[in-house]
Ligand binder design. Structure first.
Ligand SMILES: NC(=O)C1=CN([C@@H]2O[C@H](COP(=O)(O)OP(=O)(O)OC[C@H]3O[C@@H](n4cnc5c(N)ncnc54)[C@H](OP(=O)(O)O)[C@@H]3O)[C@@H](O)[C@H]2O)C=CC1
Ligand SMILES: O=C(O)CCC(=O)C(=O)O
Length: 377
């Protein structure tokens, strides 16, 4: 669905944005997926991201299908009240296609718990108080403990599983991270806490490196205070284009799609790539990585911690009972570990790599639900 959202700017002038909600599949349950605010949002991208959600929810065994939404805008150029008006108008246009048992949005790039609070409030004007219509909400409105950190925490659990499978652990390895937003900052923090050396980090404002390991809590403090990585005293500035091909053990893209492609894949020096972002590696890059013996942990598994804790949030809202953060984190670990073992089993039975194993697992589960419902052609 494509909708035009016209809002008054703070100066009274009118401006229009195009918003999308794509619902890909609901064989396994209500559709689920984030809403992205970014200037590159377009129908093809939202469609591809919605499909990824279908396979992702199936890979981790959640009772959901897949959807995704977005608005083509640059959130940093809009004031808080303009973002609120835009989110409310978008919700007015899509309220009758989303719903607790139909399609449940959540945050993605450029959106956050406040965005979800506005959607919840606007949706509830039409349908009555409906906390489970969105996840990733603020705690005061029924959000779950642990959701903010969940995608990053899931990425780190997935990384631990992969490294353990190769007889390694995070401690002492060198990591490079692209993006220091919700996902990237939690990935960096948790890797640092586990003794990994984060030797280079970038965001949209620049990149910083330190071969001895960056003090991540100080870097995050600096970014929160200044809004940028520039002028951080605990490392040297680097060319952001160099970041993805910087020497390291593990490369973790946590920002945009398509950043690893035929132009730079041949120069990547990492031994492992963990897809914390959605589709950061294009198919040509995948082939180059396979030839170079670089192991890629695919997005539909690696970043599934976010939607897993979104599921926990939805369950808590429906039950009207809040879990402790410890319970959320323990159950997240269980889902991520189980999924890794199920993917590995597919890799073994089909003699394929982790991406193919994850897709085979997800597609099989969706196909079984489709057939059981009697929907097959
Ligand atoms: N949030 C979630 O729960 C989930 C997110 N994902 C995926 O993870 C990725 C990141 O999402 P999230 O952290 O939520 O988004 P955020 O908007 O919180 O953060 C995005 C980060 O990417 C940085 N960035 C943007 N463009 C560039 C660039 N060209 N080079 C380097 N850094 C860049 C931003 O920089 P700056 O800080 O300067 O703006 C910011 O640090 C996306 O691909 C998303 O789809 C996947 C699963 C769940
Ligand atoms: O938490 C969710 O429901 C969706 C997260 C998401 O958009 C994603 O995994 O890409």
């Amino acid at each position: 669905m494509e909708v035009e959202c016209t809002i008054p700017r703070d100066d009274g002038s009118l401006v229009s944005f195009i918003g999308f909600r794509v619902q890909h599949d609901n064989a396994r349950g209500p559709m689920k997926g984030g809403i992205r605010y970014h200037h590159e949002v377009d129908p093809d991208e939202v469609n591809a991201l919605a499909q990824l959600m279908t396979w992702k929810t199936a890979v981790v065994g959640l009772p959901y299908g897949g959807a995704k939404g977005g608005i083509g805008c640059t959130p940093k150029e809009l004031s808080k009240s303009e973002l609120e008006r835009l989110t409310r108008v978008f919700t007015q246009k899509i309220h009758d296609v989303i719903g607790t048992q139909r399609d449940v949005p959540a945050p993605d790039m450029g959106t956050n718990p406040q965005t979800m609070a506005w959607i919840l409030d606007e949706y509830s004007k039409f349908h009555g108080h409906s906390p489970a219509v969105v996840t990733g909400k603020p705690l005061d409105l029924g959000g779950s403990l642990g959701r903010e950190a969940a995608t990053g925490r899931g990425v780190v659990i997935a990384t631990e599983e992969l490294l353990a499978d190769h007889g390694k652990s995070i401690s002492g390895l060198k990591f490079v991270i692209q993006g220091l937003g919700n996902v990237g900052s939690w990935v960096a923090k948790l890797i640092h806490e586990r003794g990994g050396k984060v030797i280079a980090v970038s965001d949209i404002t620049g990149a910083v490196k330190n071969p001895d390991g960056i003090d991540i809590p100080s870097l995050i403090k600096h970014k929160v205070a200044t809004g940028t990585l520039n002028d951080f005293q605990g490392g040297d500035a680097m060319d952001p284009k160099e970041l993805l091909v910087h020497e390291c053990d593990v490369l973790i893209p946590c920002a945009l799609g398509g950043v690893l492609n035929k132009h730079n894949a041949g120069d990547v020096k990492a031994r492992y790539i963990i897809e914390a972002a959605n589709h950061p590696c294009d198919p040509e890059a995948d082939e180059i990585f396979a030839d170079k013996g670089i192991t890629v942990l695919p997005d539909i598994y690696a970043n599934a911690g976010g939607v897993t804790v979104s599921y926990f949030e939805w369950v808590q809202n429906i039950q009207g009972f809040m879990w402790t953060e410890e319970t959320v984190n323990e159950r997240l670990q269980m889902y991520m570990r189980n999924a890794f073992h199920h993917i590995k089993a597919k890799c073994q039975s089909h003699d394929c790599n982790l991406r193919m194993g994850a897709f085979t697992l997800g597609v099989d589960r969706v196909a079984r639900a489709t057939v059981l419902r009697g929907w097959e052609a």
